[in-house]
Design a protein around this ligand. Structure first.
Ligand code: DVN
Length: 274
C-alpha cells in the first residue's frame, strides 16, 4: 500500500516536471516568434536609403536634411509626433513653386506616378526631394533612444500623431502652399466619392491652395469602363465650393487608357493628354 502510494506520488511529480518544462518551452517559442514577426522595434538602415535617394537631387546638403528629419521623431513617443515637428525639415528642403506643373491626386496613385515617370510635364509631391526620399518608407523613434526604427512602428490609423502620417500631412500642406498658376488634380471616377473629406487632398491640400498664387484648379476625373462618378458628382460640387475665392474650377472626364497611351507616346507634347 505504502509502496504503491510512493510510486503514484513519483509519477505525479514527474508529470508536473514534464508539464512545467513544456510550458516554459511554449513561452520561449511564442516569445521568439513574436519578436521575429516584428513585435519588437528593430533598428534597420533607413539612413543609407535616405541619403542615396537624396543625393540624386544635386545641390543639397543631404546630411543636414537627414539631421532635420531625425530631430522630428527621435527620442519621442511614436504616437506623439505632431505635424509641426517636421517644420525644420520643410525649412531645410523647401518645395519650389513650379507654376502650372503641380499635380495632386487622390485614389489614383499608380496612374499618376506612371504618368509623371514617363512624361516630364507635371510634378507630384512624390517627385520632389522630400517626397521621393520618404516614399514607401516607415520609421519611428522611441523614448530614451537616439535610434531610428523601421519595424514595430504604429500604422497609419493606429494613432493620429505617428511619425509617418505627420510627415505626409506636413509635406502635403507645404507642397499645396507652394502651388502656383494652373494646378491639376487627378481624381478617381471609379469610386462613389472622388473628393473624399477624409483624404489628404480634401482635408489638407485644397485648404492650402491660395488664390494669390494658384489661379486654376483642373480636375482630371480618371475613368475606366466602370464609371461610377462623373463631373456632376456631388463631392465635386463640394470641392468647387471649398476653393479659395478667385481660383477657377474646371473638371474633365478622361479615360485611364487615354492617359496611359499618351504617357507612352514620346511624340505627344505635354498638355495634349486630356
Ligand atoms: O495629392 C496627393 C499627394 O500630394 C499626397 O501627399 O497627398 C495626396 C494623396 O493623398 P489622399 O488624398 O489621401 O489620397 P489616397 O489615395 O487616399 O492616399 C494616399 C496615400 O496615403 C496612400 O497611397 C497611402 O500611402 P501608401 O500606403 O501607398 O504609402 C497613404 N494613406 C492614406 N490613407 C491611408 C494611407 N495609408 C494607410 N492607411 C490609410 N488609411
Amino acid at each position: 500500500m505504502e509502496v504503491e502510494h510512493r510510486q503514484k506520488e513519483k509519477r505525479r511529480r514527474r508529470r508536473c516536471v514534464i508539464v512545467g518544462v513544456a510550458v516554459v518551452l511554449l513561452v520561449i517559442t511564442v516569445l521568439s516568434l513574436g519578436l521575429g514577426l516584428g513585435l519588437r522595434r528593430e533598428k534597420h538602415q533607413i539612413k543609407p536609403v535616405f541619403l542615396s535617394r537624396c543625393e540624386k537631387f544635386s545641390g543639397n546638403n543631404c546630411q543636414k536634411i537627414w539631421d532635420a528629419f531625425q530631430q522630428a521623431y527621435v527620442n519621442q513617443d511614436p504616437c506623439k509626433v505632431p505635424v509641426e515637428a517636421y517644420d525644420p525639415l520643410i525649412a531645410a528642403a523647401p518645395f519650389k513653386s513650379e507654376c502650372n506643373r503641380m499635380l495632386f491626386w487622390s485614389k489614383t496613385k499608380d496612374v499618376v506616378h506612371d504618368f509623371t515617370e514617363k512624361k516630364d510635364c507635371f510634378i507630384t509631391l512624390e517627385d520632389t526631394l522630400l517626397g521621393s526620399v520618404l516614399d514607401g518608407l516607415t520609421w519611428c523613434g522611441k523614448e530614451g533612444s537616439s535610434d531610428t526604427f523601421t519595424t514595430g512602428c504604429p500604422g497609419w490609423t493606429d494613432c493620429e500623431n505617428n511619425p509617418v502620417r505627420s510627415f505626409w500631412n506636413r509635406a502635403s500642406a507645404a507642397f499645396a502652399e507652394a502651388a502656383c498658376g494652373a494646378v491639376t488634380v487627378m481624381l478617381n471616377g471609379s469610386i462613389a466619392t472622388p473628393f473624399h473629406p477624409a483624404s489628404i487632398f480634401a482635408s489638407i491640400e485644397v485648404k492650402k491652395l491660395n488664390a494669390t498664387r494658384a489661379k486654376n484648379l483642373n480636375v482630371v476625373l480618371v475613368t475606366d469602363e466602370h464609371i461610377v462618378a462623373n463631373c456632376t458628382n456631388p463631392s465635386l460640387k463640394d470641392l468647387k465650393k471649398e476653393l479659395d475665392k478667385g481660383i477657377k474650377y474646371n473638371c474633365e472626364e478622361v479615360p485611364q487608357s487615354q492617359i496611359e497611351a499618351c504617357a507612352s507616346n514620346p511624340m505627344a507634347p505635354c498638355g495634349t493628354c486630356w
